[in-house]
Design a protein around this ligand. Structure first.
Ligand SMILES: Cc1ncc(COP(=O)(O)O)c(C=O)c1O
Length: 396
């Protein structure tokens, strides 16, 4: 009999019976969408991460897009992010008509380098150009240098967005509620590889009533009703129960009630999931340390990593095997890694429309050559980890 080999991807969801039960209950209820579970999920997120307001939306990308609009980004504004991120962190600037730019990553933590960011801010200031916002990405689950980012945002007068899609459960200076304390808006994703999933989904957390109100109007076509924070203008129709007004163009970026039911159930397990991810990461650390072919993910002593990813760097430039050959070998043994990320400035769209070139952000480019995201998700056990680590070592 042929034995089926167990296969592993870099990330996957963890769905329990409790999650399934919560979703089924909503499927049997009166509300599939626009019902009570939306606010229940928003309240749970706001409580967990210490925000005054929360809007749940259809994806992390929608969260970033609506944040860009709610913060008033427009043509002529410059928005700076890290080149080592998913496309959406930069695309949100493009959607709003603003101009995206990047500051290279830090050599050790792989988040935006605040020294290089300040060099860039100075250059823009000399040219009288307006840097409207910085989207700092807590890459892989490792918090950015928020203290320094806050200092720069005050000094140069820009708003701060935390692309927190990787970092639910991370800690900065002993605080897992750090994101809303430092950033004007915090964007989350609930894609299945993330810590907590709703299938597709996202959220914007903020302490600003106005930002939240705008996100809520924009996520549902720009519709304003009597019960929204923004008021209807045409008082003649105010008492008509069916009346609504559109004062700005919006989108349908709503999330459904059954997705929110899944989110509520998953969020209760976040702390446990994070603990398991940290255990897996420490097993990998043990396996790969003291071997000069590898560079382990660095964690600053004042931070705690959430390990959405375990970005292992492999020095292919010093080895006989190429990254492609390595990936092929691993795949033949059932281990499906990924690379996070192709630096955004190297994407043809960004090169063509904004003039970026290879060599613009050398630390990010070097990191891209070496980075491999190896499997990390709660259902992996000790045996799986030593099996995967063994395959990685032997394949080199
Ligand atoms: C850093 C980062 N930002 C934004 C997003 C977009 O989230 P979503 O896939 O939910 O649209 C992702 C998704 O992978 C991400 O990793």
């Amino acid at each position: 009999m042929r034995s089926k080999i167990k296969s592993y991807s870099y990330g996957r969801q963890n769905i329990g019976k409790d999650d399934i039960k919560s979703v089924i209950e909503v499927l049997k209820s009166d509300w599939l969408t626009q019902g009570p579970k939306i606010q229940e999920f928003e309240n749970a997120l706001a409580n967990k991460f210490g925000a005054k307001y929360c809007s749940a939306v259809s994806s992390g990308t929608a969260a970033l897009h609506l944040t860009a609009l709610a913060l008033g980004w427009k043509k002529g504004d410059i928005v700076i992010t890290s080149p080592v991120t998913f496309l959406a962190s930069a695309n949100c600037a493009v959607y709003a008509g603003a101009t995206p730019d990047f500051a290279d990553i830090d050599e050790s933590g792989y988040t935006i380098d605040t020294g290089k960011l300040e060099d860039k801010l100075k250059k823009y200031k000399q040219r009288n150009k307006n840097v409207k916002a910085v989207v700092a990405v807590d890459y892989a689950g490792n918090p950015s240098n928020w203290e320094e980012l806050k200092y720069l945002s005050r000094k140069y007068g820009f708003s701060l967005v935390d692309d927190f899609c990787h970092a639910a459960g991370a800690e900065y200076r002993k605080d897992y509620r750090y994101a809303v304390k430092y950033a004007d808006a915090v964007c989350m994703s609930f894609h299945p590889v993330k810590h907590v999933t709703t299938g597709e989904g996202g959220a914007v957390l903020t302490n600003s009533r106005k930002t939240d109100a705008l996100v809520k109007v924009l996520r549902t076509h720009g519709i304003i009703k009597n019960n929204t924070v923004f008021k209807i203008r045409n008082s003649k129709y105010k008492s008509d129960p069916w009346y609504y007004e559109m004062q700005m163009p919006g989108y349908n970026y709503r999330i459904t009630d059954f997705q929110c039911a899944l989110g509520i159930s998953q969020l209760k397990k976040l702390d446990k999931f994070i603990e398991e991810r940290r255990k897996i990461a420490s097993l990998y650390d043990e396996f790969f340390k003291n071997d000069e072919r590898f560079i382990l993910p660095f964690v600053n002593p004042d931070r705690k990593h959430a390990y959405h990813l375990y970005p292992l760097q492999i020095k292919f430039d010093k080895l006989k095997i190429s990254k492609k050959e390595f990936f092929d070998k691993l795949a033949s043994k059932g281990v499906f890694c990924q690379v996070h990320y192709i630096p955004v400035h190297l994407q043809p769209y960004y090169a063509k429309n904004f003039g970026f070139r290879k060599g613009d952000f050398p630390v990010a480019e070097k990191f891209y050559e070496r980075e491999v995201s190896i499997p990390v998700y709660p259902s992996l056990n000790k045996k799986d980890i030593s099996h995967i680590s063994d395959i990685i070592k032997k394949s080199l």
